[in-house]
Design a protein around this ligand. Structure first.
Ligand code: SAM
Length: 334
């Protein structure tokens, strides 16, 4: 009989599937509720760079620009019956029909209907570039929501320019009661403005599919040193403290094992916490803005299966090198 595995022994690596293509097209083929964790780190709404990456994605796989029309094209098709059903349930749960047929109300109004559309209109008045960005993101978030298991968690990684608009819209889209946390990832690197407080943080918005059922295991998370270890017992100081919602963590070191050279690569330490808290070994993790594949590399090392999608061939090449046991998949993952 095989000896029982020591508790501290690393789990066998999880499987990883790597898809090249526009994420909206790729994930439409995945079954409903098939992922416990979805982490999304979309290109930021930061002017020229962002415009270029969004336009690249759009020009390869056009997405209808008007959000209401997008909703129709996204949810009105047979292959998106699951998303339509999810939206239908939300509309029933959160407000009366605004007239017209039931199906019309579902496709026109999204999750929270008129309130959501009004909010989008208001935000457009402040920043029409955000409207364009959200037109790109909204159908992808709707797909993410469809793919999230009942005990699942969605992490959306944003910078300070998007985070507040996105929070308001996501509350309206998914339901404020499903908002779990705002994580601030603080770092201290690079040039510092002398005309304002240097902006050195990203924001990660966290939503759960079902507030009564979501998986969250704080005990599984790597602990961190106390800021004032002298104020706690030596045992506590030795064990470290649970992280809060503010995570001080360096950016990916410019040299070292972790660095892939992919420009927007996120640190493994940030993803490790997310995967440890919000999944169990054997669960399935999805990242459809995968870039260098940080989510997949971390999830696999922790014994979770991961599906990664990116439209950029350079990202696929980096992932292939970083995760040699990954399977390149053009068809739906099993
Ligand atoms: C901010 S980066 C993600 C970085 C990643 N978290 C990491 O650690 O390397 C965003 C990624 O989204 C990809 N992307 C942009 N639009 C896309 C689309 N429509 N479908 C799939 N990937 C897309 C870009 O190619 C880019 O690699």
């Amino acid at each position: 009989m095989a000896a029982p595995r020591a508790v501290s022994e690393a789990p066998p690596p999880g499987r990883v599937w790597i898809h090249e293509g526009d994420n909206l097209e790729v994930v439409r083929g995945f079954p409903d509720a098939s992922f416990t964790l979805i982490y999304l780190d979309p290109p930021f709404n930061t002017g020229r760079v962002r415009e270029r990456s969004v336009e690249t994605a759009r020009s390869r796989h056009p997405v209808t620009p008007a959000p209401s029309t997008e909703t129709v094209s996204l949810h009105g098709t047979a292959e998106n019956a699951g998303a339509t059903q999810a939206l239908g349930r939300e509309v029933e749960a959160h407000g009366p029909d605004d007239g017209g047929g039931r199906g019309d109300a579902v496709v026109r109004r999204g999750f929270h209907g008129r309130e959501y559309e009004r909010l989008k209109g208001d935000l457009r008045a402040y920043d029409d570039r955000f409207d364009d960005y959200w037109g790109f993101l909204e159908p992808r978030l709707a797909e993410a929501w469809r793919l999230l298991a009942d005990d699942g968690t969605l992490y959306l990684h944003l910078d300070y320019r998007e985070a507040h608009y996105a929070k308001v819209l996501m509350d309206a889209l998914f339901g404020r009661e499903r908002f779990l946390n705002e994580i601030v990832w603080a770092y201290d690197y690079g040039a510092k403005s002398r005309r304002r407080w240097p902006t050195k943080h990203d924001t990660i918005l966290v939503y759960v599919k079902d507030p009564a059922r979501y998986w969250f295991d704080s005990e599984a998370v790597d602990r961190e040193p106390y800021m004032a270890p002298g104020l706690v017992t030596p045992e506590k100081a030795e064990r470290g403290k649970l992280p809060t919602d503010v995570w001080w963590h360096t950016i990916v070191p410019t040299t070292g094992r972790e660095k892939t050279g992919y420009p927007t690569q996120k640190p493994e330490g940030i993803l490790r916490r997310i995967v440890q808290a919000s999944t169990r070994p054997g669960d399935r993790v999805l990242d459809f803005f995968a870039g260098s594949g940080t989510t997949g590399a971390v999830a696999s090392a922790l014994g979770r299966d991961a599906v990664l999608v990116d439209v950029n061939p350079a990202a696929i090449a980096v992932m292939r090198a970083r995760i040699p046991h990954g399977t390149e998949a053009r068809e739906e993952a099993d």
